[in-house]
Unconditional design. Structure first.
Lengths: 281, 774
């Protein structure tokens, strides 16, 4: 991806962070499952409305009616195999057509939804460290194996205690620390890299918090996936900094399941409310 | 017209689901918008040019969106983990599509897996026809009322090339209709192969034996059996009991017994639909949502006339500036009938002389003067749980000086039918999903709208044409979906058009205007040519398949110049006594039954006021009745029209002598075989008694067929040679059974026609079948 795309995405992330901090802040105090349900309902309805106004509803309605007609034809004209196979083919063709017709709404929704999911991932992809809990923080350096090795150290902070490190893994050009959280709250860890200061957020607390797993490299995918902090400049000696937060638990907001829950939940909500908003999906 | 108001039923229908929004027509422009990727580059460029002129803004939007789409596709092509974030937009599309694809694949799998088992079951346990079928498929295209004489004339003049081709390929003959030659009787005989004495249909209406009020001859609708009453509220817990009064068995039911698939589309007298192996869409007698046989609504700012309007409601409205608000009446209130019908609010905002907008059920439509809207869904609600959905079309008739809006009868919504109008019950829904909403009313074309001069000729023609297009779409789908078995479809627009436009065909007609509109001067000829083209397209669809095609009509047509008030004649001859002050009331209202020995109601004949039959009967059955019948026949047969000085009747039939079967006593005692140009008067048909026996017919309803059957034979075209002389409508059922290798049951009055082999020889001896009604 070009620099321009990454810069644009970074700018969008900044806006999304501002809105996300405001709108998603209740997730910090709501029960996890309830929060996930509310998010699924609200986003499902918003997406539904967006779908209504960005899709070709009459074409969609015709295609959907055609598919339903062919599904009924399967039961009505089951005596003839040729007719049934014809209906089945038309169902598949109709399904493909509906996907084609959905491309425009998908294109319209992809940017805001991606930003939204980036924000949700901050809440549900991992849980914050608890006081007294250990974690590993990894600083990845730019360059290759032959590049020079810069001076790197972690500035002491009252919020954390360094148990082990820095440990240098030359083959990967990474430096690791084992840290123990001491104080709850959001903290900035400061690293000195050849006299230059770089920062990384750390979240410590009992309740759900925005956890930035990685301060991303100058890479579009990472910028999309880790939106909380700005990416490192391509000329920076540091490529990225990553914190190993413990995984979230719970089947609605767990690390492995939140995306599936949200995807299915918002889709079900949209299907349930399609009659209310008179939308053909 | 007695049919419209007499057929009001108190059906209660609970429907669930959402109001269907008004469909935007699937115009070529719309198709272009979404079919862009499927057309060639040149076509796209040309079409884009045309569209750009009209919709520059949308073109720009579309281009921008296309760029976005391509960009997004590019994103998808680059493999990275952001693919997870496609969002619910794709979710909607994929979830819905996935279900469809899953259903298709699963059903295909199941079908292929079970096919050998089903084949074996059918082979070993299914009932098989005794002989081999001669054709894989028999297709019957019914053109209601296509007249033999006119068809033969136009064939001779080379105006019907496709029918001529069919005639040359197989055969063409006149087809003897039933007595009386009217659609409910004729199509009942067609489907059952028996005379009316066995199928119990003698007219559209029959007088109730207790009240003398007219009731439908083919359908009885009873109120729901279980009704809970809570004060003023009456909550029905079952649906209305709808019974078909046509007796005997349609020949496709016999085919069903042998596992032969049938598709029966809009054959009259198939409501309520009966179970069969196949699919069926009901026709004549399917009511509208108000429970009538078709009641239009006219909203007007004109002062209401005192004269009664038949076939519709005229509603006075007031215009406030540019806005007219009114209420469209729907079905009766399901739980509090005293409240009157359920209603939907309409709000019309007038833009200019030719345009207005209509708000109905949360939808906004554009009304253009003189143009019908598409089918609009209207949902009538009562409380939270009851929703009855119908479809209707709106037509803005005028804006200045008076506002006039016409609404077609509210048809049962085929997508959410309030009552079963097809078999299986999902078949009408299937058709609606496939081709959009369509007319479901038994008599789909609003003849009363034209008769009462609410509609113009053009408006009526548009209705007929649109209905034919809908019918053709479902018929051709049936031809695609039924490669083996029976396929029957009746187009009844031919009947309605001839009823209403015959005055332009008959130069002597009293209703013929001094100036004939050029567009309709040859309306009947154009209609026949349009039907000829339909036959051509049907032949094309059947080409290359092992199909036998029959094109037939149930009766012919002739002019209705003079109406005869039979009740007045009976009064003048001392058979009927009526209160002079009430003679203009409908439904035999002013008749003194203690002094009336005979009366007329409906289209076909005269009833004796028999003691054994009617609650206030005074005529003893037996000798007295026989003597009275003979007397009336003798005196009536000599009736001369003073205007033309010709006989008005060709023959008067005694039902007991011409019908056979268990229901012949339900028939009118005397069936009138009118001469060419005559029919029962409007007054007598409604049960009134006017002051004159003869009336000139000056209404738009100018053609008719309620005459002697010999005056109006139908047509029979066949793709195979017809070797039987004088075929009859009752012979068609036995013929189809014979073609599928099944012997006609002994009770059938019809005989299988001799159809030539494909090489031209006959497989039956040439025979002349006896004529039932002579």
């Amino acid at each position: 991806m070009s620099d321009l795309t990454i810069r644009a995405t970074t700018q969008l992330n900044q806006i999304a962070n501002g809105i996300g901090r405001l709108l998603l802040s209740p997730l910090g105090s709501l029960p996890a499952f309830f929060g996930a349900v509310v998010v699924a309902i609200v986003t499902g309805i918003l997406m539904l409305i967006a779908f209504k106004y960005t899709s070709h509803q009459s074409a969609m309605k015709k295609i959907r009616s055609g598919i339903k007609a062919e599904l009924l034809a399967l039961s009505l004209f089951k005596d003839s195999i040729a007719v049934s196979l014809g209906s089945q083919w038309r169902i598949v063709a109709g399904a493909l057509k509906s996907i084609l017709v959905s491309l425009i709404p998908i294109a319209c929704m992809i940017v805001p939804v991606t930003l939204l999911l980036g924000q949700l991932s901050l809440w549900w992809q991992a849980r914050p460290l608890q006081v007294g809990e250990d974690t590993v923080i990894t600083l990845n350096l730019a360059g290759n194996e032959k590049s020079s090795w810069p001076e790197v150290d972690l500035e002491p902070s009252p919020a954390v205690q360094t148990n082990v490190g820095p440990v240098r893994i030359r083959s990967k050009r990474s430096i690791c620390w084992n840290l123990q959280a001491l104080e709850p709250g959001y903290h900035n860890l400061v690293f000195h890299v050849d006299g230059q200061n770089v920062e990384k957020q750390l979240a410590v607390g009992q309740h759900p918090m925005r956890t930035s797993i990685q301060r991303p490299a100058w890479n579009w995918t990472d910028v999309v996936l880790y939106p909380a902090e700005p990416p490192f400049d391509p000329k920076s000696p540091v490529k990225s900094i990553e914190i190993q937060y413990p995984p979230s638990s719970g089947w609605a907001t767990g690390t492995q399941s939140w995306l599936i829950f949200w995807f299915i939940g918002s889709t079900i909500v949209a299907f349930c409310f399609r009659g209310v908003f008179k939308v053909t999906l | 017209m007695p049919f419209a108001k007499a057929m009001r039923i108190s059906s209660r229908s609970e429907l669930f689901g959402f109001l269907v929004t008004n469909r935007r027509p699937f115009s070529p422009l719309n198709r272009l918008e979404y079919a862009g990727p499927f057309i060639t580059r040149d076509q796209r460029r040309q079409k884009r040019g045309r569209v750009r002129k009209q919709l520059r803004f949308w073109e720009l939007m579309r281009r921008s969106l296309r760029i976005i789409v391509w960009l997004c596709l590019l994103v998808f092509v680059v493999p990275n983990s952001a693919h997870a974030y496609v969002g619910p937009g794709a979710g909607f599309a994929l979830a819905g599509s996935f279900f469809a694809v899953f259903a298709a694949i699963f059903s295909a799998f199941l079908m292929l897996l079970t096919w050998p088992a089903r084949l074996l079951i059918r082979h070993f346990w299914g009932r098989k026809a005794p002989a081999k079928a001669r054709f894989k498929r028999v297709v019957i295209l019914g053109l209601d009322g296509l007249d033999h004489e006119l068809t033969a004339k136009m064939l001779e003049e080379g105006q019907l090339p496709n029918l001529a081709k069919l005639r040359d390929q197989g055969g063409f003959q006149s087809l003897r209709s039933t007595l009386p030659p009217i659609s409910p009787v004729a199509w009942s005989s067609f489907q059952t192969g028996v005379n009316p004495g066995k199928h119990n249909i003698f007219d559209f209406l029959v007088p109730d034996e207790q009240t003398y009020l007219p009731k439908m001859s083919s359908v009885e609708i009873r109120a729901p059996k279980k009704i809970w009453r809570l004060g003023k509220w009456a909550l029905p817990f079952t649906r209305s009991d709808i019974r078909l009064l046509r007796k005997s068995k349609p020949f496709w039911s016999i085919l069903s017994d042998y596992g032969i698939f049938s598709c029966i589309l809009r054959v009259p007298i198939t409501f309520p639909p009966e179970k069969l192996h196949g699919v069926q869409l009901s026709a004549m007698c399917v009511p509208d949502l108000r429970g009538t046989q078709g009641e239009f609504t006219r909203f007007t700012t004109k002062p209401l006339e005192q004269d009664k309007t038949y076939g519709g409601d005229v509603v006075a409205v007031t215009r406030h500036g540019k806005v007219v608000s009114c209420e469209l009446a729907g079905p009766p209130h399901p739980s509090k009938p005293k409240l009157g019908p359920l209603k939907v609010t309409l709000q019309i905002t007038i833009k200019d002389q030719n345009q207005a907008t209509l708000k109905v059920g949360g939808e906004t439509l554009v009304l253009r003067r003189g143009e019908y809207t598409d089918w609009v869904s209207v949902t009538f609600r009562s409380g939270f749980s009851i929703r009855v959905s119908g479809v209707c079309k709106f037509l803005l008739l005028s804006v200045e000086p008076d506002f006039e809006l016409y609404v077609t009868p509210i048809n049962i919504d085929p997508e959410k039918p309030a009552m079963q109008i097809g078999y299986p019950s999902v078949y009408p829904i299937y058709l609606a999903k496939r081709q959009g909403p369509y007319a479901t009313l038994g008599l789909a074309e609003d003849t009363w709208g034209l008769n009462e001069q609410v509609l113009s000729d053009d408006h009526f023609y548009q209705q007929c044409h649109n209905t034919d297009l809908e019918r053709e779409s479902m018929f051709f789908d049936a031809l695609d979906k039924v490669p083996r078995g029976l396929c029957v479809c009746v187009f009844d627009g031919t009947d309605r058009m001839q009823h209403m436009f015959w005055r332009y065909h008959d130069q002597q007609h009293p209703a013929r205007p001094a100036e004939i509109p050029a567009l309709h001067a040859n309306a009947i000829g154009d209609l026949y040519q349009r039907m000829d083209q339909l036959v051509g397209r049907t032949m094309e669809k059947c080409e290359g398949t092992d199909t036998m095609l029959m094109v037939l009509s149930d009766h012919g047509f002739n002019s209705f110049r003079r109406g005869i008030d039979l009740n007045r004649w009976l009064e003048e001859n001392g058979y009927l006594k009526v209160d002079d002050a009430r003679r203009g009331e409908d439904y035999l209202a002013g008749i003194d039954w203690q002094k009336t020995r005979a009366f007329a109601i409906g289209l076909t004949g005269i009833f004796l006021n028999l003691k054994d039959r009617f609650s206030q009967g005074i005529v003893e059955d037996g000798d007295e009745a026989n003597q009275l019948r003979n007397e009336i026949v003798e005196r009536l047969s000599g009736l001369i029209d003073p205007l033309t000085e010709t006989k008005a009747f060709r023959r008067i039939y005694q039902a007991a002598m011409v019908y056979s079967g268990p229901y012949k006593n339900q028939a009118p005692d005397l069936i009138i075989g009118y001469e060419r140009g005559y029919r029962v008067s409007w007054e007598a048909a409604n049960g009134q008694t006017s002051r004159d026996v003869f009336h000139s017919n000056t209404r738009a309803w100018s053609g008719d067929h309620c005459v002697d059957p010999s005056v109006v034979p139908g047509v029979l075209f066949c793709s195979q040679s017809l070797l039987t002389e004088q075929p009859r409508l009752v012979d068609i059922g036995p013929t189809v059974l014979d073609l599928f290798g099944i012997a006609a049951p002994a009770y059938m009055d019809g005989k299988a026609l001799s159809i030539g082999e494909r090489n031209g020889s006959a497989d039956h001896a040439v025979e002349t079948t006896p004529v039932t009604v002579t």
